[in-house]
Design a binder for this molecule. Structure first.
Ligand code: HEC
Length: 498
């Protein structure tokens, strides 16, 4: 009896193996964390040591973890007050990461502002609303960046197809306030029957007046507008199963009414072996790529630097997240690159590498966003992390202390002098009503309080004197004598230094 069962089992195994061998699609190389991607399993949060060993950035940049434990962290948006919104695609939440006010570089806290969503991949802020792209619909709710509150979500556009190979939807707003939505293909290569597949749509911010803006885009997960020209640039993931190096993943300059080739053509009007030869007109009408990323590298988010806050050498450039390959015998991608434009030519440089090392993967970058200070946030849906990359004075968790070599700004003064100046300073602090904006206890109703803390790690006495002379944002200018400014600065540094 047992023999019979074992014999039967052996037969099933042998038949199964023959079946797999016979029907395994040509070119189906599987390497990389595909199974984890399909099941949503997460990698561990990298330790400081792992990050130090692995990550490489250009000179002058530092990286740390802004927030971790965000399952399947996908896309990002920075609010008017500098908080960072991130989608947690599985389980279907929007998480608000609170801006760093205590100067340690990391998020000061977080709260989940929406949940129970269906694959909320993309978020965008526009006209007082927070928009979320779920698989089949786009919803929005009024969002108050000050109170961090999100109103009830209402659908603005629906009817996008569920299921299929590509079920993430991406949204963005052009400088005139129109909303763009990309919907990926249902398959690797096929002729689509569902509307909206493999297209970019354009509509009003309330979802009305929808039109198909561009076609032949297999899966354009990231797009953004170039500040200098207003041009719309989108990444696109090339098809699978044509070997390790064909075709390129694409950067396209997306123009209204253009067809970018899929499923008929790839690269620069190369006929696709599955369909292209049967339809030479489609091939000839397809728009060539602007720049080719490596095959299977899976470019997702693209974000142009804000010209006002870009680090030196990056104004006019964009960052692109290469999520990383699964259909390639050797892993490729798994890094963030910068693309630099010179007329129509595009130059690609490594920006952040190390998510993959010797075929071992610790993370997969998805999207970038920039803080008001220029800080670069990078989401990773495999480790569930939002990284922060800083330069100049931007505090980065874990590295800020070593790098900045904080010196005590009061080190040159003796205790007696500090005490005397502080006594004058505290008087001025009261006299000029500083507490009304800086002390949560004493603040007038409705005032947005800016708590003073960790000043010593960021300001010298002279820095503070400069700040009084040219105060930031809503802070009024005060006319202090040099002595008064000196006394006030010393008081602030001794009272709110840490
Ligand atoms: C009307 C409100 C208001 C008053 C009054 C005010 N401030 Fe401010 N102050 C602000 C705001 C708001 C900021 C933060 C601006 C920003 O960076 O966005 C700020 C920033 C600062 C900072 C920098 C804080 C940091 O962490 O970077 C210092 C120091 C400071 N204020 C000191 C003072 C002193 C001293 C006085 C009184 C002489 C004063 N402020 C009065 C609103 C005020």
């Amino acid at each position: 009896m047992i023999k019979k069962i074992l014999g039967g089992l052996l037969g099933v195994v042998i038949l199964g193996a023959i079946g797999l061998w016979a029907f395994w699609p040509k070119g189906l190389v599987v390497n990389g964390p595909l199974l984890d991607f399909l099941t949503g399993r997460q990698a561990e949060t990298p330790t400081a040591d792992v990050m130090r060993d692995r990550f490489k950035l250009p000179e002058g940049f530092r990286i740390g973890i802004f927030a971790s434990g965000i399952n399947n962290a996908r896309t990002l948006a920075v609010t008017a007050t500098g908080d960072v919104l991130v989608t947690s695609m599985r389980p279907g939440e929007i998480v608000l990461l609170h801006r760093d006010e205590n100067g340690d570089g990391a998020a000061d806290g977080r709260n989940v502002i929406a949940s129970g969503l269906d694959w909320p991949h993309s978020v965008a802020l526009h006209g007082g609303y927070l928009y979320v792209a779920e698989t089949t619909q786009i919803v929005r709710g009024l969002f108050d960046a000050e109170t961090r509150e999100l109103g009830a979500l209402e659908p603005v556009f629906g009817g996008m197809p569920p299921g299929g190979n590509h079920r993430t939807r991406s949204i963005g707003f052009d400088p005139y306030g129109a909303m763009y939505v990309t919907v990926g293909s249902s398959c690797n290569v096929c002729i689509e029957e569902e509307p909206y597949r493999a297209t970019m749509l354009k509509m009003n911010a309330d979802g009305t007046d929808m039109q198909t803006y561009a076609t032949g885009l297999r899966n354009s997960v990231g797009f953004d507008w170039r500040p200098e020209t207003g041009g719309l640039y989108a990444t696109d993931n090339g098809r699978d199963l044509l070997g390790d190096d064909t075709p390129h993943c694409e950067l396209n300059l997306v123009q209204e009414g253009s067809d970018y080739g899929w499923p008929w053509a790839y690269d620069d009007q190369q006929p696709d072996p599955d369909f292209g030869t049967s339809n030479p007109e489609k091939v000839a009408a397809s728009k060539p790529l602007l720049h080719g990323f490596g095959a299977h590298t899976a470019p997702l988010g693209i974000r142009f630097f804000d010209p006002d806050t870009a680090p030196a050498g990056y104004a006019g450039a964009a960052l692109v997240a290469l999520h990383g390959s699964w259909n390639r015998s050797e892993l490729a991608g798994y890094k963030v690159v910068s693309v630099h434009f010179d007329g129509d030519t595009v130059q690609q440089r490594d920006f952040l590498t190390g998510f993959e090392l010797d075929e071992d993967v610790i993370g997969r970058p998805v999207e970038m966003a920039f803080g008001p200070d220029g800080a670069i946030y990078i989401s990773d849906d495999y480790a569930g992390v939002v990284y922060k990359v800083g330069f100049g004075d931007i505090a980065v968790p874990g590295f800020s202390v070593e790098e900045k070599q904080v010196t005590d700004p009061l080190a040159d003064l003796d205790a007696m002098t500090i005490a005397e100046l502080s006594a004058t300073g505290v008087g001025l602090y009261g006299e000029y009503g500083c507490a009304s904006c800086h002390d949560p206890e004493a603040a007038a109703e409705g005032v947005q309080v800016k708590e003073l803390q960790a000043l010593a790690s960021r300001y010298s006495i002279d820095d503070l004197k400069g700040l009084f002379a040219a105060p930031p944002g809503p802070m009024p200018a005060f006319e202090f004598s040099d002595m008064e400014a000196q006394a006030l600065a010393v008081y602030l540094l001794s009272e709110f230094g840490n």
